[in-house]
Design a protein around this ligand. Structure first.
Ligand code: SAM
Ligand code: DTB
Ligand code: SF4
Length: 342
């Protein structure tokens, strides 16, 4: 497997003939941990400034009652999780939350809806206004709204959308063990619409759902084979939610998460790799190793969508210990020359 490098200012790397095989990726995940981390750290340093961490804040703009049956999700109407449903928020309260996110150091605001797919009509119009408003606040914009078509993606782009989050979640061979109400190719079709509208692709997965190492390798290979590769790759550790089919899953080992972060960094060198859900269960040391292995993004704020996230004060203390800084701390001149790691 050959690994190519590129400067951080270059566009996302096209998947190429050097794309590894499934066996290559399995072998990568099986390497001695510290060798894997060392290589990933080296790749990270040729593509990004390792001092900076991109900080996204999430807001659930429409919560619960989702028709999909994703086995991990608190928001699926198929499961018995104890979650209070919430209709689509109004634009004003969403922008208030975004303003606070900016004041607290976030550089990107990500709005999530428990929808199977986007439907044209007043609710989508409202989301368009939210995107416009968040963009006007000077934040990067991201939404995750389920499946969409080309025309809907274009409307989001015109409104100022920077990133669309749409996770592949796991490998193709394990997908129907987790979700039955849609197909893997539905996810890929949406990613194609996002890409053709000129929106940055944010796509990753979840670890700790009982998947094999092969399923993890399949996921990484799918992501690395997208052409161009995704600009943003969230790596989530399952947050087990009572009442969901995966609510009793056993916790993920810290080294498994670090392995996947490191392999993601090597396979998708230009992406921002986000240490996403599951940080509340990680030690500071585990997170430190993940940052060394190439993670350069987190979710900030007390809450993810429906579950807790580490307190901002503890994240600030961790950044202090590690000498890391939020991307927002990087001044404009540095941003245009060195890229500040994002
Ligand atoms: N409904 C849209 C969709 O599925 O694309 C957007 C919202 S959905 C909650 C966004 C992503 O959150 C999912 O694709 C999944 O990767 C992640 N997620 C949901 N529940 C999770 C959990 N309990 N633990 C870890 N990640 C989770
Ligand atoms: C992503 O990969 N992780 C975020 C975001 N994209 C939308 C969601 C994590 C959700 C964790 C469980 C919850 O809070 O409901
Ligand atoms: Fe619905 Fe998204 Fe949750 Fe699946 S992950 S049940 S699509 S909100």
């Amino acid at each position: 497997m050959s690994i190519t490098t590129r400067p951080s200012s270059a566009p996302a790397r096209p998947a190429s003939s050097s794309t590894p095989t499934l066996q290559d990726v399995e072998a990568l995940l099986a390497r001695p941990l510290l060798e894997l981390v060392f290589e990933a750290a080296s790749v990270h340093r040729t593509h990004h400034d390792p001092r900076y961490v991109q900080c996204s804040q999430l807001l659930s703009i429409k919560t619960g009652g989702c028709p999909e049956d994703c086995g991990y999700c608190s928001q699926s109407a198929h499961h018995g999780s104890d979650l209070e449903k919430q209709a689509l928020l109004d634009v004003g309260s969403t922008l208030e939350t975004a303003k606070n996110a900016k004041a607290n150091g976030a550089d990107r605001f990500c709005m999530g809806a428990a929808w199977r797919e986007v439907k044209d009509g007043p609710e989508f119009d409202r989301v368009i206004d939210m995107v416009k408003g968040v963009k006007e606040l000077g934040l990067e914009t991201c939404v995750t709204l389920g499946m969409l078509n080309d025309a809907q993606a274009s409307r989001l782009k015109d409104a100022g959308l920077d990133y669309y989050n749409h996770n592949l979640d796991t490998g193709r061979s394990y997908y129907d063990q987790v979700i039955t109400t849609r197909k893997y190719d539905d996810r890929l079709d949406t990613l194609a619409s996002v890409r053709s509208a000129g929106i940055h692709v944010c796509s990753g997965g979840i670890l700790g759902m009982g998947e094999s190492v092969t399923a993890r390798a399949e996921l990484l290979l799918e992501l690395a084979s997208l052409d161009p590769q995704p600009e943003s790759v969230p790596i989530n550790a399952l947050v087990p939610v009572e009442g969901t089919p995966l609510g009793e899953s056993k916790p993920l080992e810290w080294d498994e998460l670090v392995r996947v972060v490191a392999a993601t960094r090597i396979l998708i060198p230009g992406a921002v790799v986000r240490l996403s859900a599951g940080r509340t269960e990680m030690t500071e040391e585990g997170q430190a190793l993940a940052f060394l292995a190439g993670a350069n993004s987190i979710f900030v704020g007390d809450e993810l969508l429906t579950t807790p996230n580490p307190a901002p004060t503890s994240d600030a203390a961790l950044f202090d210990k590690l000498g890391l800084e939020a991307v927002r701390a990087c001044n404009e001149a540095d941003r245009s020359s060195a890229g500040c790691g994002s």
